[in-house]
Ligand binder design. Structure first.
Ligand code: SAM
Length: 256
């Protein structure tokens, strides 16, 4: 039988690769390692890549194995999920991996200007009714700008047509450079081998969506530091499901 939540939380208290600062804890207290992750934790000068809403941290761990010359940090508020990735990274002796348990809303309290090179958003909740909560909204993109290098890369991998369409409009409205875009990742020709290898990493949610026969979508774009970001003023057809455990909904509904 697997470990229960309490046992996982107890483990994580002692994990050297886990930093736990939910909003209720940090409040207005500064995070000492802000601006010093490389020097104080990774002990190298390598680029830092974040996975936001990492769940069990599949991308964080697998990318870290593929790219030992880069540093990876998985971020999520759910500790019991993160435990899986953190435990695996420790067992496999991966020194280029860390996990941060916090609310993504306050992510810029943990990283300083230019400290992060890339961000992965893997199967994020589409937040169809609440634009501000979408991880590609202007609310979040403005936060990312506080620590992402100029023209830093954002990868969105998703089952959600809603989130994919919303983000595509966001990118178009703000002239953000698109590096790659497909609405059917596993039936797209001409992807080079190393990109294919990266994109074939499957998270827990991805494998469930694939089982349900959904297309996986992928958008890779750059976020320049300059210029005001504006929300796209568009109506988007809602997904006909809301999350893995919820019921189907009418596909006639739309949302801004
Ligand atoms: C649908 S799950 C996807 C998990 C994982 N990336 C995967 O593909 O299996 C979304 C994850 O994002 C986390 N999350 C959503 N909003 C968050 C927020 N504002 N702050 C921290 N974590 C958040 C949730 O706790 C959850 O683990």
């Amino acid at each position: 039988m697997g470990k229960g939540k309490l046992a996982k939380f107890a483990d994580m208290e002692h994990y050297e690769n886990v930093f736990q600062y939910p909003f209720s804890v940090v409040s207005d207290v500064p995070f000492d390692m802000k601006g010093h992750w490389c020097e104080q934790y990774f002990h190298n000068d390598n680029p830092i890549i974040l996975e936001l809403g990492c769940g069990r941290g599949e991308y964080t761990v697998e990318l870290a194995k593929l790219y030992p010359e880069m540093n990876f940090i998985g971020v999520d508020i759910k500790g019991a999920r993160m435990w899986t990735g953190a435990t695996q990274a420790l067992k496999e002796g991966l020194k280029n991996v860390a996990f941060l348990r916090t609310n993504i809303e306050i992510i810029d309290r943990f990283f300083d200007q230019n400290e992060v090179a890339e961000i992965w958003l893997t199967f994020s909740d589409p937040q169809m009714k609440n634009p501000r909560k979408r991880l590609t909204s202007t609310f979040f993109l403005n936060r990312y700008r506080n620590f992402l290098v100029n023209k830093g890369i954002i990868h969105l991998k998703t089952d959600s047509n809603f989130l994919f369409t919303y983000t595509s409009y966001m990118v178009e409205k703000n002239n953000l450079p698109v590096l790659f875009r497909t609405d059917d990742l596993y039936h797209t020709e001409g992807i080079d081998d190393s990109t294919k290898r990266i994109l074939s990493i499957q998270t827990y949610y991805e494998s469930m969506w694939i089982e349900r026969g959904l297309n996986i979508k992928y958008l890779k774009f750059q976020l320049p530091t300059e210029g005001n970001l504006e929300e796209p003023d568009v109506e988007i057809e809602l997904d006909d499901y809301r999350s893995y455990h919820r019921d189907k909904r009418s596909s006639l509904e739309t949302s801004k």
